[in-house]
Each structure stands twice: as structure tokens, then as C-alpha cells.
Design a protein. Structure first.
Length: 144
């Protein structure tokens, strides 16, 4: 995060919503995949400078803004997706079927095979203006 900047000081809010009944490894895996989608769409403006330690070793840059992580049940995930769709917001998604695949092409195929309302959502991510993000995330609790 930029020194001295809080979540509210960015034009957008960045959030991940993970289903509350996932095993810890699944929740972490879903979060990582969803964030890759957000970073890819957000582009260079959302990415900071590389990190360097005191010995000069360089590390990869990170997102410049905080990521809020929420937990939700299956029904609430569908509510979040519907709210985002109503507001024309882009989402990253992860479905339960994707746990059974081993590559990106198969992940896209299992999503493509299921109608929107029937997707077995286990995670969503959104980066949107604060007002829109707040409306989409209304009622969610932070992930424990």
C-alpha cells in the first residue's frame, strides 16, 4: 500500500469473496487465482514498483491497493454475482468444477458448460468504484 493511504483513498475498492465452507488450501488457492484475474485486468496502473531488501535483492512488484477478503455462503455468492451483473461490473470467478481440472483451458471449458445461474461459485473478485463495490459487497463479513 502507498505509505499513508487507506482503502478509502483509492478510486476503486478491490475485494475477494470466498465461500465459507472451503478447506483452507482451497480458499487460499481460489483467492490467488481470483487476484490474478484482477491484476491482469487492472493493468500496470494497479501495480507498484519492485521491492528491494537491504542487500539490493529485487522482488516482484505487488498491487498498490489493499485487498479486502470476505466470506460468504453459496447463496450470498450468487447474490454478489447478480448485484455485480446489475451494475455491469467485471468479475473474476472460480467455480467448484475448477478444482477438478489441471489447466486454464479446462477451467474455461467447465465454466462455459454451465449456465450463469447454475454456476457452483466458490469465489468472486471485483475491482470497482467504491459506491459500486459497496453495493455489491453489502452485508458480507470479512474472512476470519
Amino acid at each position: 500500500m502507498v505509505p499513508g493511504m487507506s482503502v478509502t483513498e483509492f478510486d476503486t475498492k478491490l475485494a475477494v469473496v470466498v465461500r465459507d465452507d472451503l478447506a483452507p488450501w482451497q480458499a487460499l488457492n481460489v483467492t490467488a487465482f481470483l487476484m490474478s484475474g484482477i491484476a491482469a485486468r487492472a493493468g500496470a496502473a494497479a501495480i507498484g514498483e519492485p521491492y528491494r531488501d537491504a542487500d539490493g535483492r529485487e522482488y516482484l512488484p505487488l498491487l498498490v491497493q489493499p485487498v479486502l477478503v470476505f466470506a460468504a455462503d453459496r447463496a450470498k455468492l450468487h447474490t454478489v454475482r447478480q448485484r455485480a451483473q446489475t451494475r455491469d461490473l467485471e468479475l473474476a470467478l472460480y467455480t467448484a468444477d475448477m478444482f477438478q481440472t489441471g489447466n486454464d483451458a479446462d477451467n474455461r471449458a467447465v465454466v462455459r458448460a454451465v449456465a450463469t445461474d447454475d454456476l457452483d461459485l466458490v469465489g468472486l473478485a471485483v475491482r470497482a468504484p467504491h459506491r459500486d463495490a459497496d453495493a455489491v459487497l453489502r452485508g458480507l463479513k470479512r474472512h476470519p
